[in-house]
Design a binder for this molecule. Structure first.
Ligand SMILES: Nc1ncnc2c1ncn2[C@@H]1O[C@H](COP(=O)(O)OP(=O)(O)OP(=O)(O)O)[C@@H](O)[C@H]1O
Ligand SMILES: [Mg+2]
Length: 649
C-alpha cells in the first residue's frame, strides 16, 4: 500500500515537473531551467571572494531533513559548500565570429566531416555564459557537439589552447574525443598533434596528476602500484579502478594493518570485538593480527578487515570527508559499525604513514592536499600551473564526486582571483549517473549552482533529441526511469523512425548462462549477421553487457575475438553504442548499507540516503545499458526484477 502511494506521489511529482518545470524548480530552490537564457551583458569579472573553508563534517547537517532508506525526497535542500561567485562575465562573441563558425560548419557538413547540428546543439556550440550546464539524455549528441564547441572556442573565439582543458571520463573516451577533435580541427586547418591532443583532453585523474607531479613529492600512485610503467601512463579515472586489489596493494594494506595492530592497544581491542574473538592478551607482546573475513553490513561478501577499511575509507574520502575528522560518536549507526569506523580511522593513520615513507600517494590524498593548498596560500608557481583549467569543458559531469567538485571549485576560484574569468561547461545526463557506489552523485549536477555559483545563475541547455536509438528503445529507456526518485525531468524524442526489423527491449526470462551459454553464442552470431546487413552498419555490431565480469569472461572464452562484437561491463559501455545491445542481467537484490548511509549523512552534501541513491542507481544502470542499442535490445535474465520487471510488465 505504502509503495503504491509512494509510486503515485512520484508519478504526480514527475508529471508536475514535466508540466510546470519552472515552478517545480522554484519550489525546490533550484535556478530555473532556461532553454535559452540570454546571458547578461558583459561586465568586468569580479574576483570571487575566498570561500569559507569546508566545515568539518557534521553528524547531522542543519535543516537538511534527509530521506530515510525507504523514504521520500525532502523539500529541504542539503548543505553544500557555497563559495561566493566563481563566474562573472559572459564570453564576448561577435556576430562575425558566429557567422564564420556557421559557414565552416556548413562546409564541413557538405564534405561529410560532421552531421548538421540541431538548433539546440547550436545553442551549446555558441553558448556565452561562463557557467553552462548541458542536461541531455543518452544519444542526444552531447559528446559530438562538445567537439564543435571546442572548435568554436579555439578557432573563432581564439582562446589559447593552453587555457583550455576538456575532461572526459575514461582513457578510452578521451582517446575517442581526441580522434574526433583531430579530424574536425584538421578541416579548420588547425592541426592538433598527438602531444597537444593529450594535453587538451584528459581524465580528471590525469589532470590531477599533471598538477601533482610538480606540486607533490610523492612519486607513485597507490592505485597504479603494480601496473605503472615508469609514470608515463596516463592515469585512468580512479572510479574505474578494479574492485579487487592487486598483490602489491594488498601487501601494503596488510603491512599497515600489522603496524597498527602491533602499536595500538585500542585497535587490537576493536579488531577482536569485530571478529568476535577473546580480548587480546595484553600481558604478552601482540602476535600476528587476525585476518579472517569480516561481514560488514551492506557489503556483498565477507572480506579481511584491511580490504574493508580501504574500501570504506576511500568511499568516505570521495564524499569529501577527512577520515580522521569523522566524529564517530555523532554518526547514526550501530555500535558494531561505530567500532568498525573507529578501527578504520586508526588503521588509516598507519596506512597514510606507510604511504608517505614509501613516497606513494592515493588519488584521494592528492585531491585533498591540492584542494587545501589552493584554499590556503598557494605559491605563484602553483597558480601559474592552473592556466590550462581556465576554460573547462567536462563530459559525463553526472559522475563527479564531492571531492573532485571541491577541488574544481578551488582551482576556478583561484583563477577568478587572478581576474582571468574562468569558465565551466558541464555536460552530462543525471539519468546516466552510475558511480554512486564509488562516491559520485548526480545531485552535484542537479544542484550545479550551489557548487559552482556565478554572479548570475548558470545557463542550462537541454538537448531533447535522441539520435542514436529507435523510438521503441528510447521509450523503453524512459520507462525504466519512471521509478527513479531523484532526477531532473526531461523529455526526449527519437530522431530515427520506427524500423520493422528492429524492436525495443525484448526480455528473455529464465535464462541461466551456465546452462544456456551455447544458445546465447548462437544469438550473438545471428545478431551480428543482422547488423552487418543493415544499410549503414554501425562500427560496433553487437555489444554484450553485464554488471559483472564473470559472465563476460565465460562468453569471451568461447567466442574469442569476433569483429564487430564487444563485451564489456555496463560501466565501461558508457558513451558507446552498437546496432544490437545484449544485456545480461546478473544484478543481485540491493542490501541496506548502514555505515554508508551514516557517512552520506555526515558529508552533509546529499538529499538522498545512500540506500535510496543506490536503488535509483540500479535503474539508471539499466537505462545506460538499454540506451546503447541502436535498433534492437535483448535482455537476458533469470527472473525479471527491477528494470526487467518494469519492461516485461
Ligand atoms: N545533429 C545530429 N545529427 C545526426 N546525428 C547526430 C547528431 N548529433 C549526434 N548524432 C549522432 O548521435 C549518436 C550519439 O551521439 P553522442 O555519442 O554524441 O551522444 P551523447 O549524448 O554523448 O550520448 P551518451 O549520453 O551515450 O554519451 C552518434 O552516432 C552521433 O553521430
Ligand atoms: Mg557522450
Amino acid at each position: 500500500m505504502t509503495s503504491i502511494l509512494a509510486r503515485y506521489r512520484q508519478q504526480l511529482r514527475n508529471a508536475l515537473g514535466d508540466w510546470f518545470p519552472r515552478t517545480t524548480l522554484f519550489l525546490k530552490g533550484e535556478p530555473p531551467i532556461k532553454g535559452d537564457t540570454k546571458p547578461g551583458s558583459r561586465k568586468k569579472a569580479e574576483p570571487a571572494q575566498a570561500p569559507k573553508r569546508q566545515a568539518e563534517p557534521k553528524a547531522a547537517s542543519k535543516g537538511a531533513k534527509r530521506e530515510q532508506s525507504t523514504g521520500q525526497p525532502t523539500l529541504v535542500a542539503p548543505a553544500a559548500p557555497s563559495p561566493t561567485a566563481l563566474y562573472g562575465s559572459a564570453f564576448t562573441v561577435k556576430r562575425s565570429q558566429e557567422q564564420r563558425m556557421k559557414m565552416r560548419v556548413e562546409q564541413a557538413v557538405t564534405q561529410g566531416i560532421i552531421q548538421p547540428p540541431s538548433p539546440e546543439q547550436w545553442k551549446m556550440i555558441l553558448a556565452r555564459a561562463p557557467a553552462t550546464r548541458i542536461f541531455a539524455g543518452a544519444g542526444s549528441g552531447k559528446t559530438t557537439t562538445l567537439v564543435l564547441r571546442v572548435v568554436f572556442m579555439l578557432c573563432h573565439l581564439e582562446i589559447p589552447r593552453e587555457q583550455l582543458t576538456v575532461i572526459s571520463f575514461t582513457k578510452a573516451s578521451c582517446e575517442e574525443l581526441r580522434a574526433q577533435l583531430k579530424r574536425v580541427l584538421a578541416f579548420w586547418e588547425v592541426p592538433l598533434n598527438e602531444e597537444a591532443a593529450r594535453e587538451l583532453v584528459r581524465t580528471f585523474h590525469s589532470a590531477l596528476a599533471q598538477l601533482a607531479r610538480s606540486e607533490l613529492r610523492a612519486t607513485q600512485w597507490f592505485e597504479q602500484l603494480s601496473t605503472q610503467s615508469k609514470g608515463e601512463d596516463e592515469p585512468d579515472n580512479g572510479m574505474l579502478a578494479g574492485a579487487t586489489l592487486n598483490e602489491g596493494q594488498r601487501q601494503l594494506l596488510i603491512q599497515a594493518y600489522e603496524n597498527c595492530y602491533r602499536e595500538d592497544a585500542g585497535f587490537r581491542r576493536r579488531v577482536h570485538l569485530l571478529l568476535e574473538l577473546a580480548a587480546p592478551n595484553e600481558e604478552e607482546p601482540p602476535g600476528a593480527p587476525p585476518l579472517q573475513p569480516f561481514v560488514l553490513n551492506g557489503e556483498r561478501q565477507p572480506q579481511p578487515l584491511p580490504d574493508l577499511f580501504y574500501g570504506q575509507a576511500s568511499f568516505a574520502e570521495t564524499l569529501g570527508l577527512r577520515v580522521g575528522s569523522i566524529k564517530s560518536n555523532q554518526l547514526e549507526c550501530s555500535t558494531r559499525d561505530r567500532i568498525f569506523l573507529e578501527a578504520m580511522q586508526q588503521f588509516w593513520r598507519h596506512f597514510g604513514k606507510l604511504l608517505k615513507e614509501q613516497r606513494l600517494i592515493t588519488f584521494n590524498t592528492a585531491f585533498a592536499v591540492l584542494t587545501d593548498r589552493l584554499d590556503k596560500k598557494p605559491s605563484r608557481a602553483l597558480i601559474a600551473r592552473l592556466q590550462p583549467f581556465t576554460h573547462l569543458l567536462i563530459d559525463e559531469f553526472q559522475d563527479i564526486s564531492p571531492q573532485i567538485a571541491l577541488w574544481l571549485q578551488q582551482v576556478q576560484r583561484r583563477l577568478a582571483e587572478e581576474k582571468v574569468a574562468p569558465s565551466l561547461m558541464a555536460i552530462g545526463d543525471d539519468w546516466q549517473s552510475i558511480y554512486g557506489w564509488r562516491g559520485s552523485s548526480p545531485e552535484l549536477f542537479i544542484h550545479f549552482d550551489r557548487w559552482f555559483p556565478g554572479q548570475t545563475p548558470s545557463q542550462t541547455l537541454m538537448l531533447g533529441t535522441n539520435y542514436r536509438s529507435s523510438p521503441d528503445i528510447v521509450a523503453d529507456g524512459e520507462r525504466i526511469l519512471t521509478q527513479v526518485r531523484h532526477k531532473q525531468p526531461k523529455k526526449t524524442k527519437a530522431f530515427r523512425v520506427a524500423d520493422a526489423q528492429g524492436h525495443g527491449v525484448r526480455v528473455v526470462p529464465q535464462f541461466d548462462i551456465a546452462r544456456q551459454l551455447a544458445s546465447l553464442l548462437g544469438e550473438i552470431e545471428a545478431q551480428r549477421t543482422y547488423a552487418a546487413e543493415r544499410e549503414r552498419p554501425e562500427r560496433c555490431a553487437v555489444m554484450v553487457m553485464s554488471r559483472l565480469n564473470a559472465p563476460l569472461k565465460a562468453i569471451n572464452e568461447q567466442l574469442g575475438r569476433q569483429p564487430g562484437v564487444r563485451t564489456c561491463t555496463i560501466h565501461r559501455a558508457k558513451g558507446l553504442q552498437a546496432e544490437v545491445a545484449i544485456v545480461l542481467d546478473d544484478g543481485q537484490p540491493q542490501q541496506p548499507h548502514p555505515l554508508r548511509n551514516a557517512l552520506y549523512a555526515a558529508s552533509g552534501h546529499f538529499q538522498q540516503s545512500y540506500d535510496a541513491a543506490m536503488a535509483d542507481e540500479a535503474l539508471r544502470l539499466s537505462y545506460v545499458a538499454v540506451t546503447r542499442g541502436v535498433s534492437r535490445v535483448l535482455w537476458y535474465t533469470r527472473q525479471p526484477r527491477g528494470a526487467a520487471a518494469i519492461l516485461a510488465g
